[in-house]
Design a binder for this molecule. Structure first.
Ligand SMILES: [Zn+2]
Length: 102
């Protein structure tokens, strides 16, 4: 049996060592938050670039129309005529499978 001060010091060390065990969990959460931040920034940059790409969509050209979805994603893929059951002209993208009729 130690003195009261020795006992109090032991309690302080126990308490501190319990807090220490939380550090690993806190570090893990911080790393996860950093990763999520990186992903959000990348998504944000991609959205900004997409707006610029969309603004540059070629409005005049030949008979081949670029796919608007692929264009924004940075790919030039030309729409192909597709079967249409209306009087509209249907088109389909062979890359992303976007489909619409005009
Ligand atoms: Zn496409």
């Amino acid at each position: 049996m130690g003195t009261i001060t020795e006992e109090l010091k032991r309690l302080a060390l126990d308490y501190a060592s319990n807090m220490q065990r939380g550090i690993t969990e806190i570090d893990r959460k911080l790393a996860q938050i950093e990763q999520e931040k990186l992903e959000l920034n990348a998504e944000r940059d991609k959205a900004h670039a997409a707006l610029e790409r969309a603004a540059d969509f070629p409005v005049k050209g030949g008979r081949d129309y670029p796919c608007p979805i692929c264009w924004v994603d940075g790919i030039t893929s030309f729409l192909r005529p597709a079967a249409s059951d209306t009087r509209k002209d249907a088109f389909r993208c062979p890359t992303c499978h976007f489909e619409d009729a005009f």
